[in-house]
Design a protein around this ligand. Sequence first.
Ligand SMILES: *[C@@H]1O[C@H](CO)[C@@H](O)[C@H](O)[C@H]1NC(C)=O
Length: 148
Amino acid sequence: MTTALLISLVSCLLAINQAIIMHRCDVAKLLYKEDLHGFEGYPLSAWLCLAFVESKFNTSKIKENADGSFDYGIFQINSHYWCNDYLSHSENLCHTDCIELLNPDLLSTVNCVKKIMSGGGGLNNWIEWKLHCSGRPLSYWMTGCRLA
Ligand SMILES: *[C@@H]1O[C@H](CO)[C@@H](O)[C@H](O)[C@H]1NC(C)=O
């Protein structure tokens, strides 16, 4: 009993620690399920481009910024405004712990993205979008992906 508990605890911790690089089409499927296709006028291919330039589809990605805040997950959502990591002041506008934004189910991430988009500005909220995706051909990001 105790051993079983210990083993499941350890494997759980290992799973959390593991950097999960998602496959492009799996990201597409999850984002489609969460209704991001066409959200605010952006097709799935746009979201894939954003996720790739922000994180290379690494759902575990955490990056420190010059101001001491951190960016979390596949869309590199910032802790100063959007989520709480208990490391520095946060507005926590998405009402979520930043660690939730590392979950490969992408549920909290998509909820937070919708909140970010509700402030206007579209994907221009992400600098990497402007630099690497905006105004470029994007449809190839969906090449070979089936959504159902
Ligand atoms: C994914 O992100 C984590 C956390 O930032 C990092 O430690 C890991 O090296 C990344 N994995 C890859 C393959 O880039």
